[in-house]
Design a protein around this ligand. Structure first.
Ligand SMILES: [Ca+2]
Ligand SMILES: [Ca+2]
Length: 239
């Protein structure tokens, strides 16, 4: 009987662990790469479905990283766990999640304190509207940073180019009400204070689009300015 390999993935969107189909098939090999050492587990039990198996695997073994689940027998076998001395579960599972099923072609996975993002920096300079539509054309969105971890991820990526980049945040619809470009949710008031550069946003000369500068943070700028930009791919391949 052919068994399907599953793994436990940290899904930043939902901020929790879920069962994911192992795809492409060699995703499992990332478990044994580099400095990760695995201890195989032999216990097994029955579960109604793979998600339930994933949940119980994590509840039973805090470091459970993989498992095999058979729909036919409902047999659930924990695959392996990390030796506790290695890095935390969040960081490694973020890597696993994104190296395999999550991060699309030409996007780079980055993790920070349990958060993961697939992003790609485009160095060609375009206005905000063009940047946004190009991200959409490739199945992505302009980068959003609804957490300080994602701000760190972006910072580490763009510091090398030493220029401000467009991100997915603007007050085009309603002046002063900044919304994330991916789902239209408003920027949290507290984050607005903490993420913008001092004195910004100032709507100087009717600025409605937001850029991020590694040395200074967020600033509202004229949408017609041409800047490099960052696209982000959202999670895929979830159970
Ligand atoms: Ca404005
Ligand atoms: Ca400004």
């Amino acid at each position: 009987m052919k068994q399907i390999k599953w793994m436990i993935c940290y899904v930043p969107l939902f901020q929790k662990f879920l069962a994911c189909v192992c795809h492409p098939p060699n995703v499992f090999t990332t478990l044994t790469m580099e400095n990760v050492t695995l201890v195989p587990l032999t216990w097994n039990w029955t579960e109604p479905n793979a998600v339930s198996c994933a949940r119980n695997c994590l509840l039973t073994y805090r470091s459970c990283y993989s498992f095999i689940y058979s729909k036919l027998t409902r047999r659930c076998i924990s695959g392996s766990w990390l030796i506790p001395s290695h890095q935390s579960r969040d960081i490694h599972s973020g890597d696993l999640y994104t190296k395999g099923a999550f991060c699309g072609k030409n996007f780079t996975v980055k993790t920070e304190n349990g958060f993961a993002a697939c992003l790609r920096v485009f160095k060609n300079k375009v206005n905000y509207t063009s940047a946004r539509s190009h991200c959409k054309d490739i199945g992505a969105e302009l980068y959003t940073m609804k957490s300080f971890e994602k701000k760190s991820i972006l910072h580490n990526e763009v510091i090398a180019i030493n220029e401000s980049v467009w991100i997915g945040l603007d007050d085009l619809k309603t002046e002063g009400r900044f919304e994330w470009a991916d789902d239209g949710t408003p920027l949290d008031a507290d984050m607005k204070i903490k993420m913008f550069t001092k004195g910004e946003p100032n709507n100087y000369d009717d600025e409605d689009c937001v850029s991020y500068t590694p040395s200074a943070g967020l600033d509202d700028r004229s949408c017609s300015f041409k800047k490099p930009y960052v696209c982000e791919l959202k999670p895929i391949s979830l159970v």
